[in-house]
Design a protein around this ligand. Sequence first.
Ligand code: ZN
Ligand code: ZN
Length: 613
Amino acid sequence: MFQSFETKSAPQFGRSRVEALRAQFDDLGIDAFLVPRADEYQGEYVPASAERLAWLTGFTGSAGVVLVTRREAIVFVDGRYTTQLKEQVDGTVFSGGDLVNEPPYLWLTHQDGGSVKGLRLGIDPWLHAGADVRRLGKAMEEIGGSLVILAVNPLDLVWSDRPAEPIEPVTIQKLEFAGQDAREKIRKIAATVSDRGAAAVLVTDPSSVAWIFNIRGNDVPHTPHPLSRAIISAAGTAEIFLQAAKLGAEQSAYLTQLATLMEPSELLGRLSVLAGEGGRILVDPDLAPLALTRAIEAAGGVVVEAIDPARLARACKNTAELEGSARAHLQDGAAMVEFLFWLDQQAPGSVTEIDAVQALEKTRSSIGQSMQNPLKDISFDTISGAGEHGAVIHYRVTTETNRKLEAGDLFLIDSGAQYVNGTTDITRTVAVGAVADDRKRFFTLVLKGMIGISAARFPKGTRGCDLDPLARIALWKAGADYAHGTGHGVGSYLSVHEGPQRIARLSTQELLAGMILSNEPGYYRPGAFGIRIENLIYVTPAAAIEGGDLPMLAFETLTWCPIDRRLVVADLLSAEELDWLNGYHAQVREKLLPLIDTPAVRDWLVAATETIG
Ligand code: ZN
Ligand code: ZN
C-alpha cells in the first residue's frame, strides 16, 4: 500500500532531542535555531532523511517550522494542523505558534525587547530560500540580533539514526508521453537565458529538471521526480547534478547525450567556476536555497532573479501530455466506479474511513494491472472524511481518528493517482443512507459552482482570480462560502500541485491553452459535514461563438466519474446546469462502460448516470 496510517506518536523523545540540539548552540555561536519542514530541494514532499521537524518534535504535518531558543521551542503550524500538533508533540516541551498570522520572523519582532535582544539565530542555508532569508534577516536587524548562516546543521549532528538519502532508480519518460524531445526543451531554455543576457540558469526544482530532461524518479513520496538540479548555459550546454547510483546503463547513456552528468556534491564547485567568469546566473529566488545563491555571490558572480524558465512551459501541456492525461483519467474513472460500487454495497456503520482508503487503492491497483498501466503511486495521501471529518479540509485519517461511515453521513473522499501517462486528483462526496435535505441543498450549491467553472467561456487574458467567483456565486447567494482556492495546477506524471496556474482570489496568472487545473469548490459545516466535488479540467480554445467577436477559451473535462445523483436537488439547477450534468453523466457512461466487465458494476454505473429532471 502507498498510504500508511499514523498512530499517536509517543512524544517523550522531544525533551532529550531538544536538549541535545541546544547543547550544540555554544560551539556554533548561536542562541536559537530554526528547523523548517523543508529539504535541500524545497519540495512539497521530503525524503525520510530530511524529516527533521518530525524527528525533533514528533509533528508530521506537511507544513511547519520549529524555533528552538535556549528557553523555548515553538512549533509554528497553520490552522489545518493545530489539533494534530497538540496530539503529536510533548506539550511540556513545545508550544504552538501561528505560521500564517505570526510566522517566526514576525513572532521574533513581537517579543518584548529583553527576551530576544541580541539573539543570534542560526539557519541551515540549504533549507531556506532567499525570500525567506531576507524576511528573517530584517527581523533580526529590528530586534538588534543577528542571523547566523551555519556551515553545519546542528540537528544533523545529533540525529544519530538519520535515514540514508534516497537513491531510487531514475526512469526515462518516453516521448509518447512527454511529447517533446529534451533537446528541444534545453534549446528553448538556453534561448531564454541568452535573451536575459545571462551566462546560465540554475534550475533547482527537481520537477523542472524531470520535465526538461524527460526523466522521472521515486526519491520522495507521491511526486515522481528524482532529487536533482541542473545548469543550462546560454550556449545550450547542460549539466545535471544527480547521484550516478540512481542511473542504470540505459538512463546513463540517455542522459549523457543531453548533458554532462555530475554528482550533487559537485554543484557548488561548478557554480563558483561559472560565477567566477563574471557570470550572471538566473535563479528563481522563491525556489533556490540560500546556499546556492551565496555560492554564486561568493565567487563574484551576479544572481539574476528570474522565474524558473521551465515553470510556465511545463504548465502548458502539449497534445501528447493531454492525451496521456485523458487516458489516465479514463482508467482512474473506472477504478473510482469500482470503488463507489463497492462502497454502495456496504451497510451504513460497517465501513471505516481507513477501509475506504484501502479499498480505493486496491481498485486503482487492480485496474492498473488489468489495463497494463500500473498504479505507480497515489498522488497525495487520500482525504477520507465521514460526517464531521469531512469539514476538516485537509483531514488525514489516523488509527485514532478513524471513524465508521454512519447512516445520514456525507462521506468525502479526495484522492489521486500517478500513472506513467498522467496524474489524477478527484473528489466525490457521497450519501451514506438517507441524508438530510439541508445537506442536499448545500451539495447542489457546490455542484452549481463546479458546473459554473466547467462550462465557462472566457476571453484570452483571463486570469485565475477572474474566474474564481463563478465557483462561489451560488454559495454566496445562500450566505455561504469555502475557505480555500477553487483550483490548482496539476503536473503530467509529476506533482499534483503545480504552478503558476491557479483558480483563486489572488492568482493573477493568465490562463493559457493546455494548462491542467483542478475545479474543486466545497462547503464545510464544522462539527457536522463537508462537501467537495472535484474534477480536473484543462484550458482549450473554444469554438467560435456566433455573433461574438472575440476568440474565446474554455475548459475541457478530464475526470469522468458519477456525481452522486441522490444528493442533487434538481429544482435548484437551471436548465443549462441540468443539461450540463446530464450531458456529463451520459459521457461518463459512454466512456467508462467499455472498461468495466463485472455485470453488477455495469448495472450500478448505468443507474448512477441516469438522466435527472
Ligand atoms: Zn483533490
Ligand atoms: Zn485538488
